[in-house]
Design a protein around this ligand. Sequence first.
Ligand code: CU
Length: 277
Amino acid sequence: MADDNSQGRFEAIAVGLLFMVLAVAMVALGSRDWLPELASRHGAGVDKMLVYLLVTTGAMFLVGHFVLGFFVWRYTRGGGVQNRMASPKMERNWSIALGLLMTLVAEGGVLAIGMPTWTEYFASAPPGDALTVEVTPEQFAWNVRYPGADGVFGETDSSLIELNNPIGVDPEDPRGKDDYTAINQIHVPVGRPVRVRLRSKDVIHSFFLPQFRVKQDAVPGMTIEVWFVPTKTGRYELPCTELCGLGHYRMKGFFNVLTAEDFETWKSETFAAEEVG
Ligand SMILES: [Cu+2]
């Protein structure tokens, strides 16, 4: 009987260790490219916080399981289960101490690493030279609007919405005459702050630019602004990350980051074409 017991214990420990080694190996291999390439200035702060949280919670997970394994091994030795109750005082003190330690590590890290990034991008106004783009998602497309040469958006009215006026731009408003609109395509120059003015035509959608570490819900009735600085040129996908309806899967736009010269060329060609039309 004793042989069966030690055999069982050996197998349990072997399986436990195997799973831990597998978990660590998967994380170590996967961590090489689990984040998409970084293409915005504030993204480095977001990544730093993510890595910090993964490393600290991973360490807590490993330590916790080794301790658990140790107790299982220690108190099942010699066959039958041997219980030894800790004193209530000891149990309380350990709970408080470990709870405090974990809170300090997790919250302290988020505050120290995350708050500066959060403050810069969500609690401060974008720089004066920021390019403003209005994005109004709908089921299932991204309506994009630029304020044109005057820098001011024309009024919109939902009663004016029709097939070729998807967000209801008021044709009577002179400020809207030069507004340029597009569907599923955003163009911006590299290195210049972009202020995205998010609205929603129907349900809640979520504006997600993974390479820029930008994610913001668009909520009907609200205008929510996010700003960031693209640091790499390229064509990036803009998926909707809110399960917003049956066609959600095909709601895909593109965020095109051009060089300053290419952006000026694009602007003069497309804005001009819009005015003629
Ligand atoms: Cu959507």
